[in-house]
Design a protein. Structure first.
Length: 66
């Protein structure tokens, strides 16, 4: 079960990095869509922070009750 959780968080991290890079590349090339890609980039960063926070809270709770 722990290996599955590690795999999921790894996929989340890689997905966020890939999406961030994609949005940055598209942002540099699209002038009229720049606001849209800035918003998408901000959403990726917020999602990553939220996912890491949830992951750390889970680890704290498991450590506390073991």
């Amino acid at each position: 079960m722990d290996e599955l959780a590690q795999a999921i968080i790894l996929l989340i991290r890689l997905g966020c990095v890939a999406r961030f890079i994609y949005c940055m590349v598209r942002l540099s090339g699209a002038d009229e869509e720049s606001a849209q890609y800035k918003k998408r980039t901000r959403n990726v960063i917020l999602f990553y922070v939220l996912a890491e926070s949830i992951w750390q809270i889970k680890e704290i709770i498991l450590f506390y009750y073991q």
